[in-house]
Design a protein around this ligand. Sequence first.
Ligand SMILES: [Zn+2]
Length: 410
Amino acid sequence: MPVNSSRYPIPTRKAIVNKILITADHVITGPAGQVIDDGAVLVDAGVITAVGTAAELDTLVDASVSRLRCPGATVMPGLIDCHVHLAFDAGPDPIHAVTHADPGELAAAMAGRAELMLAAGVTTVRDLGDRDALTVTLRTSIESGTAVGPRILAATAPLTSHGGHCGFLGGEVTDDDDIRSQIARNAAAGADLIKVMASGGALTPSGPRMYESQFTPGQLRLIVEEAARHGLGVAAHAHGTDAITHSVAAGVRTLEHCSWRTATGITYDPKITRRIVENDIAVCRCISGDWRLFLEQMGPERADAMAETILDMRQAGVRFIAGTDAGVPGARFGDYVGMLEFFASLGFSHTEILDMATTNSAHALGLNDTGTLASGMRADLIVIDGNPLTELDALRRIQHVFTAGRLLNK
Ligand SMILES: [Zn+2]
């Protein structure tokens, strides 16, 4: 990566930058495309301490403070991926890969994937299903600085029905007692949230079909209540229209996939969409970088029907958040921009897309210290060659990544 824009001696990998003033042609502070032209961000001990024009901050900040000058570049909040599986390998058979892996090798592979995501500008990930709470271990290593990666929120083992979607991750439950003890186990292992497989999924062909519900409405309510007792929110994997309906009624925080499937195809319900908006439930559509191939396989009729549901939800005011489902077949780690391009292809503006990738995702994840650039926020930010408000592809030209003020040196 070119670092010629910098007068600042780049510290070694994972170095913590104590104080640095970053200047660039544009500083996207967010939300809603708020920009400071010829802007600057001052980072001190992991936190943003000032945002303003370069002229202003250059004068205010002592000459002894390091400068990172980035002409032609944009500074913006670090990206957020709300749906990843660090334990999966993105190959054709992630189930085999995750169940047969030696735990040490799997942990090392997960660390590599996390680093790949950070290098792509993703400073926060929410992992929605792993084995043996390995993501919590990785989270601890990243926090202590012994591993390099994004901030991690971990769901650990997703709750699923017996023989259900992703049961191989260890979260199969049958009755209410099982539900309570699995949630207690996840919480004790350090989970940041609870994931429930409210419907079947593509990855587990032996389980229920994608449109079929895996839990009753009462069980979903119990899962939300029980998670709340442990101070945790719930993310619901819900392809089926029934599963979506019941998850919304139960009070989950986010809906994953939300593809409105029924036995006969796609059955969209605008009444449920209104409840999603009223209850401020975020929707993570989970689009991998190879979505063009996926749409081709779907056929034009179903692809159009899917697009229509997304556009109707958008019209109704649904808060979309960004997720790649990285780790499942074809969803490569670090291919974040491909997912954003899907939304651009539907006519979402770049401003909406950047909000989805930053502010909206932070809000949905309950993080109030990342997703915008302002004084007091965590210094999670990226420097990009170009301006993503005019050209999304610029997000593929990452020059520098800071996570909590720690500069990733590529
Ligand atoms: Zn997933």
